[in-house]
Ligand binder design. Structure first.
Ligand code: FE2
Length: 377
């Protein structure tokens, strides 16, 4: 049984921001999990199913990730990422464009941990301020004004902290375990931008150094895009980050019908038995399962290094564990500033990867710095 990454694999994880490990989840664990999904009753939540959390808790994933990253709470819940087969569709996605118009199989690339409101399905007119107020009132709590109590339709708080200086929930690593074959093109893969983690971390760091704020509504990152087709798109990655991601690509990016180019994601091709590990800062997206012969099944676990908040248990599904699942305020002991800790983790992405430190020290000097000082704010 493999229990740690090789030096080469660690270097790959460092540079690409993710790695696929072949054959680290046994056939038995895979088939038990597949059978559990098949046996699910209509409407039953599989999130707490042990057969699914076992894919991490009883496989090599746990020793491998513990060695590379550090101690973490064994996931007690899983995000069951099932993508049914579908054809290009007319509805507006959170980016504010029609699903069929977005390139790369319905691209929706985003930074993790952002508040999302249900996208308007007809065009909204108004000033950016009017659109903003209307959008933030569209969450489950209704119109309570611009406060950190607002949560999105995806349950992510508008802001993590009461002072509204942090608008990104955070953890340390994604673990993705596929339960069907995803080696062919266009079968609904999770997709990433290799190397994009460095760009996003550099942007977070520039935001923090410029204004002490991190995420949407911090420097260089408006929350909504009134130029999107429905007049109210979410800015899931700031323009400056998208530009750098496109510069890293040797091919010309594809566009939406309005001529706007979008960074090209790389689908993570896996089959049962494999696992993908990505660092939190990796820009990523789901994709349309257009050509699959079955639904795409990825079990997704959100893992946080236990050092971040030793007194709080992370279940494995929340992308904003500094707050409760529905934005509840959690208790922190005197002297423990969860927002400062999370800002540090967002802007120093490898600090929570204890087993990566030699590779980080060895490889970082070879990298060109990523500069955002030209960005208007
Ligand atoms: Fe995501």
């Amino acid at each position: 049984m493999v229990t740690k990454l090789t030096l080469e694999q660690k270097k790959q994880l460092f540079h690409d921001g993710y790695i696929v490990l072949k054959g680290v989840v046994s056939d038995e664990l895979v088939s038990t999990a597949q059978a559990r999904i098949k046996a699910a009753k209509r409407g039953e939540s599989l999130a707490p199913a042990e057969e699914l959390t076992d894919l991490v808790n009883r496989s090599s994933v746990t020793p491998i990730l513990t060695e590379a990253m550090g101690t973490f709470d064994p996931p007690s819940m899983v995000h069951v990422g099932v993508t049914k087969q579908s054809q290009p569709a007319d509805y507006f996605t959170p980016l504010g464009y029609r699903e069929k118009d977005l390139p790369y199989f319905g691209h929706g690339m985003h930074a993790e941990g952002l508040c999302t409101m249900t996208p308007p399905q007809e065009r909204w007119e108004g000033t950016p301020e009017e659109i903003y107020q209307r959008m933030i009132a569209a969450g489950p709590k209704g119109d309570i004004g611009r406060t950190a109590d607002v949560i999105g339709s995806n349950t992510d708080p508008l802001f993590q902290d009461p002072d509204m200086t942090l608008s990104v929930g955070s953890f340390s690593a994604f673990v993705i375990v596929p339960l069907n074959d995803q080696m062919a093109d266009g079968v609904g893969q999770t997709a990433v931008v290799p190397g994009g983690h460095r760009v996003l971390e550099a942007f977070y760091r520039w935001q923090f150094e410029t204004a002490g704020k991190v995420g949407p509504e911090g420097p260089g990152w408006p929350r909504f895009d009134t130029n999107a087709e429905n007049g109210a798109g979410h800015v899931y990655l700031p323009d400056a980050v998208q530009e750098k991601l496109m510069e890293m690509d040797s091919e010309t990016p594809e566009t939406t019908p309005d001529g706007r180019p979008w960074p090209r994601p790389t689908p993570i091709k896996m089959e049962p038995g494999d696992v993908a590990i990505t660092i939190f800062q990796m820009p990523h997206t789901g994709t349309r399962n257009q050509f699959g012969t079955e639904s795409r099944k990825n079990m997704i676990y959100r893992i946080r290094n236990k050092r971040r908040q030793p007194n709080h248990v992370v279940t494995g599904v929340s992308d904003h564990p500094d707050r409760g699942a529905f934005g509840e305020w959690l208790e922190y002991e005197e002297g423990n500033d969860p927002w400062a800790r999370s800002k540090h983790a967002l802007t120093h992405m490898w600090d929570e990867w204890e087993g990566m430190q030699d590779v980080v020290a060895g490889e970082t000097p070879n990298l060109d710095p990523i500069d955002f000082s030209h960005v208007q704010h």
